[in-house]
Design a protein around this ligand. Structure first.
Ligand code: FES
Length: 341
């Protein structure tokens, strides 16, 4: 039977794909007392010490480039866990690496949308250029290549990330040039978001430590410009159509606040604006925003008050010349369609 990382066997399990965790290389920097102090700083952020495990594993990666047996032992000691418990977590998540990682981690999305737009071709080309397969590092130590499941940026497909920073709408040529630049020691600016650092730098950030030199550098990184046109397309359309999200319900007075652990009452109370509950207001808005009869019928079907006329505050229902639902002709149309005809 395989053993968990950090176990006496030195190599070991490792979760879903059973690939080995490599023992520490002779030239790996040790986890110093300073690292242990940083680990304790992370632990102090949480009410329960074991909640600190995930950022602590990132901390280990920021110093040693992957989750080493030494790192597993440190986490276990500081948290009062067994190495097996730490290993079980470290081997569950793909962001924790089981063998030394290159200076940069290049992730190519090969999930459905990216794949049909060329993600797999990009991965294959990079694989050939680097002479590696999934989760392997180029011989010069510059880049670890991996294929990734959906990176939650389908509107920019096909996407590649380097150290979790996005390079959008790539093709084979642009991705090859990107990786060639990384191997030359350059850091091409991501399409959006913070400037590129490297795998250890971003691991430190994920551990909750600042990787920037000062406030100005941090602000510049956080506020970095980027092309986010596709993401804002829905917002632009809504503005053109004069649509907006339903208002947030008002907060209850402090003396009406629910005791901890109970469902917030805002979810079921009338908002005070229309006499409807927030769910009904939101459902009204969905019906009113529907683009076509089919969408409208679907939204009406999901409305919590199916007997109502949708998209109107209660005080305005059945006003003017509109027919009340009982008088609607049996045409098979939805209540809203009848109302608009
Ligand atoms: S499928 Fe690639 S980002 Fe979603």
């Amino acid at each position: 039977m395989s053993a968990l990382p950090g176990s006496a066997e030195g190599t070991a399990v490792t979760g879903l794909d059973s690939s080995p965790v490599e023992p520490a290389a002779a030239d790996l920097p040790p986890l110093t007392e300073q690292v242990r102090l940083e680990a304790r700083e992370i632990i102090a952020r949480y009410p329960q010490p074991r909640s600190a495990l995930l950022p602590m594993l990132h901390l280990v990666q920021s110093h040693q480039g992957y989750v080493t047996p030494e790192g597993v032992a440190l986490c276990a000691e500081e948290l009062g866990l067994t190495k097996a418990e730490v290993g079980a977590v470290a081997t569950f998540y793909t962001m924790y690496k089981r063998r030394p990682t290159g200076r940069h981690l290049v992730s190519v999305c090969t999930n459905t949308l990216c794949a049909v737009l060329g993600g797999q071709r990009i991965f294959d080309a990079l694989s050939r250029d680097l002479g590696v397969h999934h989760d392997e590092t180029a011989a010069d130590g510059s880049v670890t290549l991996e294929h990734a499941e959906c990176l939650a940026a389908c509107d920019y497909a096909p996407v590649v990330t380097v150290d979790y920073e996005f390079y959008d709408q790539q093709d084979v040529d642009s991705a090859r040039e990107l990786v060639a630049a990384l191997r030359r020691g350059e850091k091409p600016h991501p399409t959006r978001g913070a400037p590129l650092t490297d795998f250890r730098g971003v691991s430190r950030q994920l551990a909750g430590f600042d990787q920037y030199g000062g406030e100005a550098a941090r602000a510049a990184a956080v506020d970095a410009e980027g092309a986010i046109g596709p993401t804002l397309a829905g917002l632009r359309l809504a503005a053109e159509r004069g649509e907006s999200a339903p208002p947030m319900p008002p907060r209850p007075p402090a003396d009406e606040a629910e005791p901890a652990g109970t469902e917030p009452r805002e979810a079921t109370r009338p908002s005070g604006r229309t006499g409807e509950t927030p769910e009904e207001e939101a459902a009204d808005a969905r019906v009113a925003a529907a683009d076509n009869p089919a969408e409208r019928a679907g939204a009406a079907q999901a409305h919590p008050d199916k007997g109502a006329e949708y998209g109107q505050p209660r005080g305005r229902q059945h006003a003017g010349t509109e027919n009340p639902p009982a008088a609607e002709p049996a045409t098979g149309t939805t209540p809203t369609e009848s109302k608009e005809s």
